[in-house]
Design a protein around this ligand. Structure first.
Ligand SMILES: [Fe+2]
Ligand SMILES: [Fe+2]
Length: 309
């Protein structure tokens, strides 16, 4: 039997699944999650702790799986569905993560990119039209230190920051979210990061680590369907206002404003997700150690966002 692979990030929410889910162990399919289970709150936490990206279903169940996904997404985005915001956020966060992974795996597929772009527009709407959306998305812990989850977190903070700074139109905000989701494309499938923390890397490994922005940009620069600003965010998100960033050491004037927003939020989530700091400590470190690296208004407003939940 040819099993069909599914993304774990699409299994979310309180809707019961109508199919069995398998994992592959030593080339054998092992029944892992039974029909009738659901994935919200604690159960989601446990599922994420298993650190699996993909699982499998029987080919006969593909249409059940598609129906499940579609129903999940529709209910989650419906502001009047009556579902609680945490469950909705878990489903929507998973959807964004899976769209990002699809592009990371197949950047040449126009369809995957356009679908991710479309859904990031919807995501921005969700974040801006529900009071506790940012808070509930941020409550989902990135226990498996996934690059796509990190991308969604940075996108969430970036949209919240842009909203506070104001001045971006809906189209730009959509591209900001999309670029933020994709910003660490160069780390995806990295042999070094995040397996090793930056503090544990040798100088040669640091050089490889630091090449991720340029590597990510190189992977997409020949893909005509990528928006130019998304490419710029991938290339520039490690640049700093004072010229101390990389790959080019640009100063603020030369850095795209959207890259500057993503850079600020990326630094915050990197401290929380990969360096193990609490949000309070990350906010403090931002004020003390990153002063001058990002515009003062960005630092102040981004830390306000963290302190608001
Ligand atoms: Fe990065
Ligand atoms: Fe990052």
């Amino acid at each position: 039997m040819d099993y069909i692979s599914i993304r774990v990030s699409t299994l979310r929410g309180d809707q019961k699944i109508s199919f069995d889910v398998y994992v592959k162990i030593n080339e054998k399919m092992v029944l892992y999650i039974r029909k009738g289970d659901s994935f919200e709150g604690l159960r989601l936490k446990r599922l994420k702790e298993k650190k699996l990206k993909k699982m499998f279903i029987e080919p006969d169940n593909e249409s059940f799986y598609r129906d499940y996904m579609q129903k999940n997404i529709e209910l989650a985005y419906d502001n009047k569905s009556g579902k609680d915001i945490q469950t909705r956020s878990e489903i929507i966060q998973g959807e964004q993560q899976s769209k990002t992974e699809e592009v990371f795996e197949n950047p040449e597929l126009v369809e995957s990119y356009l679908s991710a772009k479309d859904s990031s527009g919807r995501y921005v709407q969700f974040l801006l039209s529900n009071n506790d959306a940012v808070k509930s998305i941020m409550a989902i812990e990135n226990t498996d230190k996934s690059m796509s989850h990190h991308g969604v977190t940075v996108a969430t903070l970036s949209v919240a920051l842009a909203h506070k700074l104001s001045g971006l139109d809906p189209k730009q905000t959509q591209l900001l979210a999309l670029g933020a989701m994709m910003h660490d494309f160069g780390h995806y499938d990295s042999a070094i990061y995040p397996k090793k923390n930056r503090a544990e890397m040798s100088p040669a490994e640091i050089d490889i680590y630091k090449s991720h922005a340029a590597i990510g940009a190189k992977k997409v620069q020949d893909k005509k369907h990528f928006d130019q600003v998304v490419l710029r965010i991938i290339n520039e998100h490690e640049e700093c206002a004072d010229g101390s960033g990389y790959p080019l050491g640009l100063f603020e004037k030369k850095i795209d404003p959207l890259s500057m927003i993503v850079g600020t939020c990326n630094t915050l989530d990197r401290m929380m997700t990969f360096d193990g700091f609490s949000k309070e400590d990350a906010a403090k470190k931002m004020m003390v150690e990153h002063m001058g690296k990002y515009p003062l208004g960005h630092i102040q407003k981004a830390t306000e966002i963290l302190n608001s939940f």
